[in-house]
Design a protein around this ligand. Structure first.
Ligand SMILES: *Cc1c(COP(=O)(O)O)cnc(C)c1O
Length: 240
């Protein structure tokens, strides 16, 4: 164990999160190994990210292109995968494709086309999730439910994109029951997606954050995105 107190605290927080994840998985009759812990490293310094990369997290989540690029070029992820989870503007796609192993937050046909074009240029196949906004709040990112089927159809037609599944963020301030219902409806859509395209292999359902990852695991999440419960409260003054 690390003797640096900040490192010890982080290690303890991660151990706590892992324990709670394992208990939720067991309660749902699932194998805890099915659920990946994505450490949401937005606003953290590269040193902090580097420290956490040596600990028990599976991947990283960033919601700003600049931070993704900075942490990546500093080697802070230590080779672990980094996911893009924030609202992605088409003019930033160039920088994100090729660094992010998974873009979780694809929410428009236009964005799909921009990613396809860039991935083609870089001669790679970009893994993505479609982000849905089931709550229909104006201020939030994510596509409306009616956009799911056209986006899925389009994503599956693009040769440099591999659609892996769905992502969702419940409305802020929801109760535990509300979160659980939200996650259940997202899981229902994920199951429909699998039924609609039986020849595809969709394997990622990303839902649940610090305040809701247990409910998300109970409802079938395969990735939880946890920031505060690992790094403590965010200091937006640090933002790259
Ligand atoms: C910030 C963020 C998280 C993590 O939130 P915490 O409450 O700190 O765990 C998860 N998902 C997305 C999309 C985020 O932007």
């Amino acid at each position: 164990m690390d003797t640096n107190p900040a490192a010890r605290l982080m290690e303890e927080r991660i151990a706590q999160v892992r324990l709670r994840m394992a208990e939720a998985a067991k309660a749902a009759g699932r194998d805890p190994a099915e659920v990946l812990l994505c450490a949401v490293s937005k606003t953290q310094t590269s040193d902090t990210v580097l420290l956490s990369a040596g600990m028990n997290v599976d991947c990283f989540g960033e919601n700003h292109m600049q931070e993704l690029v900075a942490h990546h070029s500093d080697g802070a992820y230590q080779g672990k995968p980094a996911h893009f989870i924030g609202h992605l503007q088409t003019n930033k796609v160039k920088k994100v494709v090729g660094i992010a192993s998974l873009i979780q937050s694809v929410d428009s046909l236009r964005l799909l086309d921009a990613i396809e074009k860039e991935a083609g240029k870089q001669e790679l196949r970009q893994d993505i999730l479609l982000e849905l906004n089931l709550a229909g709040e104006e201020s939030k990112t994510g596509a409306g439910l009616e956009e799911l089927w056209p986006m899925a159809e389009h994503a599956l037609s693009l040769p440099h994109i591999r659609l892996r599944g769905l992502m969702g963020i419940p409305p802020a301030g929801s109760t535990s029951d509300e979160n659980r219902r939200y996650f259940a409806s997202l899981r229902g859509l994920f199951e429909k997606l699998c039924e609609e395209y039986p020849n595809e292999k969709f394997d990622i359902l990303s839902m649940g954050m610090s305040a809701s990852f247990e409910e998300a695991i109970l409802e079938g999440a395969t990735v939880v995105r946890v920031g505060t419960a690992i790094y403590g409260p965010r200091d937006y003054g640090n933002k790259a």
